[in-house]
Design a protein around this ligand. Structure first.
Ligand SMILES: CC(C)(COP(=O)(O)OP(=O)(O)OC[C@H]1O[C@@H](n2cnc3c(N)ncnc32)[C@H](O)[C@@H]1OP(=O)(O)O)[C@@H](O)C(=O)NCCC(=O)NCCS
Length: 220
């Protein structure tokens, strides 16, 4: 039987589509904001550690510094941003850290409700970890509520050390140094995701253009 290499097969014949993780930039900020604003109250609490209203969410999205931090995203088939992972870098003295490196990184992630359970959150985490390795950061932190069972599962699966305290959990992962394979993996993943992004963006633009043609009745 022919098996599409872009689909990962699971036990029982179900499949998960391959997740294309793309580095986000200034041009994606508006869609990032839309993604964050669409998170329900409970999810905002899990994502930001406290309930943020729309104004605070907008401030957070506006404040992301793409020149300092790395933001990853996943676009769905119709070019909707369905997941955002924010890897924030900080000098090590701002964290109690045993690392010898100059910087540490902290990761925060959210996946739209409609796209959960497809491996997107895990893939964003993996991509953040490999990016740290390739950028001389050997300690990746994550802060979340200990009641966040899905995130706890992802953290444990990744081998993170988890410290729970008063309903909150601090998790960290010690990373190996970069090697040619980790460098190549990140570069290839980004190249493939860039092609995928361009294809989806162009298809979306063409669909919008066709939709505006006079006399066109069937909306795409
Ligand atoms: C946490 C979150 C990012 C996960 O995204 P996702 O794309 O659904 O995650 P994945 O599909 O990669 O993985 C989910 C894993 O958790 C498991 N899981 C789901 N619900 C679970 C639960 N209640 N208890 C334990 N594990 C659970 C799934 O079985 C899956 O495990 P597997 O890959 O070993 O099969 C998403 O739920 C989310 O955005 N939540 C709100 C914001 C948030 O909590 N952010 C994290 C704070 S930093």
């Amino acid at each position: 039987m022919f098996r599409n290499p872009l689909r990962r097969w699971l036990k029982g014949g179900q499949y998960r589509p391959t997740v294309m993780v793309k580095e986000l930039a200034e041009r994606d900020r508006r869609r990032m904001l839309k993604h964050f604003l669409a998170l329900e109250r409970g999810d905002r609490l899990l994502r930001f550690g406290s309930y943020l209203g729309d104004e605070q969410v907008a401030k957070y999205a506006q404040g992301i510094d793409f020149s300092r931090d790395m933001v990853f995203g996943v676009y769905n088939r119709v070019f909707k941003l369905v997941a955002v992972g924010h890897l924030a870098f900080a000098p090590k003295e701002t964290k109690k850290s045993a690392t010898e490196k100059e910087r540490v990184a902290e990761f925060g992630v959210s996946v739209s409700k409609s796209a959960r359970g497809l491996g997107i959150g895990s893939k964003l985490f993996e991509r953040a970890a490999i990016h740290c390795r390739n950028n001389d950061v050997d300690t990746l932190y994550m802060h979340c509520l200990s009641s966040n069972q899905t995130m706890m599962h992802i953290a444990k699966k990744a081998g993170m050390q988890i410290h729970r305290d008063y309903g909150e959990a601090d998790a960290y992962l010690k990373l190996e140094a970069a090697n040619p394979a980790s460098m190549l993996q990140e570069a290839v993943e980004e190249q493939v995701a860039t092609l995928d992004y361009a294809l989806k963006a162009n298809t979306r633009a063409a669909a919008k253009w066709l939709d505006k043609l006079p006399g066109r009745k069937n909306k795409l």
